[in-house]
Design a protein. Structure first.
Lengths: 360, 262, 289
């Protein structure tokens, strides 16, 4: 990064007594980026966000925002604003008062006229014109979400923190709001730091994704980086899902699976004898009639209708481990019934290899 | 509305009976306050406002009434200030002895007032505060702290924590957060508990009995009069107190409920 | 939030006043009262000492023990009667009254008497039960009896009636809250499984309401144990309760050490009861969410 990062975490750690919520972490976010912290509950993503916002005190390390060390500063002295997961709107204030709140307190005080103008602008930006006098209690979930957004952007923060902003909305609304978020990011031109457990959301919106696991960063990269080149089984399965097959390396790109069948990978290799985890995405498992390279004999155990695709649960011959496949609804695939024996093929270029340890 | 079964009708009977039991004596009081007779017996002797006139002319009683009002006012003010502060601290922070502190504050409310009165009397004697209305005010304020603390804490617990964080996030200092977010949230609890404190202080006997000096409060005055014998003026002032208490409690509950709704 | 170096100043600013007040004006007085209980009295003064003579006197002298036992008995009676009257009322309000508005109105009408002067409410029984009171005059004027009866007033029954009258609303409050919190679907489930109303009450509603029963009973027992107004107004010579003893020790008898020792005993009893009740409450606590 040539210019200095807008948010920089340096060796930041958060402990609660003996429990470590966040291990020593370094993170640099560039100005104008849309960065998402992604992971399951308990992975440390919300802790990280709250540390940047100032709602938690770091047990170790320094946090810098816009070049200034803010580690000791309380939230009201940091140039960031937060959109909370449950919106946290003030119930006794109208929408306009909620949005204008940050401009009425001493640290943000501006003239009445200017404040009204900015509040009106913010309302338009989130598509809530005319709702100024309503109370939060009279708004729908989606509307409240927008008020929370408007409230957070009206002070023109350098960084906008979003704590699972869409998780309380139902699916249809969520998809619409994703588009809105992307648009807002473009129009405002500021840095967005978002937390979510929904990987499709992260993939759709982010410039970069920080995948976290149990208090540590597992991988940072662009969505395509993470999808095409996951660094670990965890990331491979979290982003886009992957079947993970235990295997032993035979050398030369060949691997023996549990149960005796073999697979070949042209993506990566491992020294003979090493234990590996082979990753194959469900949509990369193809139905085939003929035998050939990387064909696997399986039995269909379950079949689920997914609209334009069929999701199949398969058992690999000779192994107990189930495989999941997502296949287009061709005539051949439509005939796969539970109990039938089928042959599945994988392109060797689609077989990911992750080392897990010594074969001994 | 379903038809009530036999045992439910029995329950209705018992309940209405109990309700009648609760109100009958009060109704008696009101009736006899207008009754033209020195004794409270049936049949009634005719309507009169004589007893009301008598009590309004009783200078001692009126002074006792005034004393009660002042004491209740000051005690409530003290109790609210200290109680709200304590509630905020208890709600916000965790510290060793927090549970113990909460239990101590609530103790005077379950303890027979007489024990609290004795304890305070002993104490004031040791440190040289004479029995007086000031002592009564301090005694009441201390005993009633639990009322304010419990009500305000209950209300605080219902406020979404995130609102405080949101307020700080938007640039408000802790004091500004208190003024703009916390205070509006607990206003109803403060008013409700203040009304309750006022009423409890006004009616308080055991603690007051031990701490009062020459100037007495109304309940103490009535109590000493009663020991000497019944005068029907008591019925009159009793009715007035009933009426005022009624108004106050309805006020406080309505206020609390309205705030809850908005 | 936990106390750290950063958060402590805010905490101290907030908590110093209440802490100082409570320590000085609540804890210290109770402590002093307990210690004065060990002082010695040499008429007409008393001086600091550490001796158990006062306690010995209280526990040995039948004058005192009778009164203490009588007070316990009366408090227990009052608690039981208040429960027997208050529980059906609370049940009725929660389960039989269908309209929310009516329920709130009736509940308020039960609570309102609580806020009417306690002294006055005790006094009303004096005017009802006396020889020239409402009850007697009613009986005489309707011819049921020929002369006023003096059995109504100035005895322990009158005290129990008066105290029950005062404490029924105290009972109803926690009972109402606890019964109201029982999710209706539990009752629906019980009936769905073939259990009739009586058994549903006995097996589902009553056990879940025990928290309120314990709370109300504890409060009623403790407060009626320490009452001194009812004995004075309607109790009569054999109605002296512990609180009246305390009155005399700090009044005419001027025996503060003895009085303090007695008060300490009352304090100890109440604390034990509160602990027991909170233990019972915690043991039976069920998450209804």
């Amino acid at each position: 990064m040539t210019s200095s990062p807008i948010v920089a975490l340096d060796g930041v750690q958060k402990r609660y007594g003996a429990f470590v919520a966040l291990h020593e972490t370094d993170l640099a976010i560039a100005e104008g980026e849309f960065v998402t912290l992604l992971g399951p509950s308990g992975c440390g993503k919300t802790t990280t966000l709250r540390l940047v916002g100032g709602f938690e005190q770091a047990s170790a390390g320094r946090i810098a925002i816009a070049g200034e060390d803010v580690t000791e500063r309380p939230p009201y002295r940091r140039p960031v604003n937060t959109v909370f997961q449950d919106y946290a709107l003030f119930p006794h204030m109208s929408v306009a008062e909620n949005i204008g709140y940050g401009l009425t307190v001493r640290s943000g005080r501006i003239g009445r006229a200017e404040r009204d103008r900015r509040v009106a602008d913010a309302l338009s930006m989130v598509g809530l014109d005319g709702m100024a006098e309503r109370r939060p209690g009279a708004l729908s979930g989606g509307q409240r979400q927008r008020v929370a957004m408007a409230r957070a952007i009206v002070r023109r923060p350098r960084v906008l923190l979003l704590d699972e902003p869409l998780s309380a909305l139902d699916v249809k609304l969520r998809e619409g709001m994703q588009v809105e978020l992307k648009r807002l990011h473009r129009e405002l031109g500021i840095t967005f730091l978002m937390v979510t457990h929904d990987q499709t959301e992260a993939l759709a919106l982010s410039d970069r994704i920080v995948v976290m696991n149990q208090g540590r960063i597992a991988q940072i990269g662009s969505p395509t980086d993470l999808y095409d080149r996951p660094a670990s089984p965890y990331v491979a399965d979290f982003i886009g899902a992957a079947n993970l097959l235990e295997a032993q390396a035979l050398g030369g790109g060949a691997f023996r699976l549990a149960g005796g069948q073999t697979m070949v990978s042209r993506r990566a290799d491992a020294a003979a004898g090493r234990k590996v985890s082979l990753g194959v995405r469900p949509e990369r498992l193809l139905a085939t009639a003929a035998a050939g390279e990387n064909t696997l004999a399986c039995t269909v155990t379950e079949r689920l209708f997914h609209g334009d695709r069929l999701r199949l649960e398969l058992t690999l011959d000779g192994a107990a481990q189930p495989l999941f496949a997502e296949m287009a609804r061709t005539a051949a695939v439509e005939s796969f019934a539970p109990g039938s024996r089928v042959t599945i093929q994988v392109d060797p270029a689609d077989v990911m290899v992750f080392e897990t340890g010594d074969g001994r | 509305m379903q038809r009530l079964q036999w045992w439910q009708r029995g329950m209705v009977g018992v309940s209405l009976g109990v309700l009648a039991f609760l109100y009958l004596p009060i109704v008696m009081l009101v009736i006899f306050s207008f009754n033209d007779s020195k004794v409270t017996s049936f049949p009634l002797s005719g309507f009169t406002l004589h007893w009301y006139e008598a009590f309004l002319a009783n200078a001692q009683m009126l002074r006792a009434l005034a004393n009660s009002l002042w004491v209740a006012l000051f005690a409530t003010a003290l109790s609210v200030v200290i109680g709200v502060t304590a509630a905020l601290a208890l709600d916000r922070y965790d510290f060793p002895g927090k549970r113990l502190f909460q239990n101590v504050i609530l103790l005077p409310l379950s303890l027979p007032g007489i024990v609290t009165g004795i304890a305070m009397l002993n104490f004031y004697k040791q440190i040289g505060i004479p029995q007086s209305l000031t002592a009564v005010v301090i005694g009441h304020a201390t005993a009633l702290l639990g009322v304010v603390v419990s009500q305000v804490m209950a209300r605080l617990a219902k406020i979404n924590r995130r609102q405080f964080e949101a307020s700080a996030d938007l640039g408000a200092t802790p004091f500004e957060t208190f003024r703009h977010v916390t205070l509006p949230g607990i206003r109803s609890a403060i008013m409700g508990s203040a009304l309750l404190c006022f009423t409890l202080s006004f009616d308080e006997i055991p603690v007051t009995y031990f701490l009062t000096g020459r100037e007495v409060t109304l309940p103490i005055y009535i109590y000493s009069t009663l020991r000497r014998g019944i005068t029907p003026e008591i019925n009159a002032i009793g009715t007035v107190i009933v009426a005022v208490s009624f108004v106050l409690i309805v006020l406080s509950v309505t206020l609390l409920r309205d705030r809850e709704r908005s | 939030m936990t106390l750290t170096r950063r958060t402590f100043p805010g905490f101290a600013a907030l908590f110093s006043l209440p802490l100082a007040w409570v320590l000085l004006l609540m804890v210290v007085p109770y402590a002093i009262m307990i210690s004065v209980g060990f002082w010695t009295r040499q008429f007409p003064l008393f001086y600091p000492d550490f001796q158990f003579g006062n306690y010995a006197q209280i526990l040995a002298d039948p004058q005192y023990t009778t009164v203490i036992l009588r007070t316990l008995k009366i408090a227990a009676c009052v608690t039981v009667c208040a429960l027997l009257l208050g529980y059906p009322l609370a049940y009725f309000l929660v389960f039989t009254v269908r309209s929310q508005k009516l329920r709130n109105l009736l509940y308020m009408s039960v609570i309102v008497p609580l806020w009417v002067s306690y002294l006055l409410r005790a006094y009303t029984w004096k005017i009802i039960l006396g020889t020239d009171g409402a009850l007697n005059s009613l009986l005489v004027s309707t011819g049921i009896v020929s002369a006023p009866l003096d059995i109504f007033l100035y005895n322990q029954t009158a005290m129990v009636v008066t105290l029950v009258y005062i404490f029924v609303p105290f009972m109803v409050m926690p009972l109402f809250t606890v019964l109201d919190n029982i999710p209706r679907r539990l009752i629906e489930a019980s009936e769905d499984l073939g259990v009739g109303p009586f058994m549903t009450f006995w097996k589902v509603i009553f056990p879940l309401s025990l928290g309120g029963v314990v709370a109300g009973a504890t409060m009623t027992f403790c407060l009626s144990f320490g009452d001194f107004v009812a004995p004075v107004l309607v109790g009569g010579p054999d109605g002296i309760m512990v609180a009246n003893l305390l009155q005399t020790q700090f009044g005419a008898a001027l025996n503060w050490p003895l009085g303090s020792a007695l008060a300490t005993l009352v304090l100890a009893l109440v604390l034990i009861l509160l602990q027991l009740s909170s233990r019972l409450d915690r043991a039976g606590r069920v998450d209804l969410a």
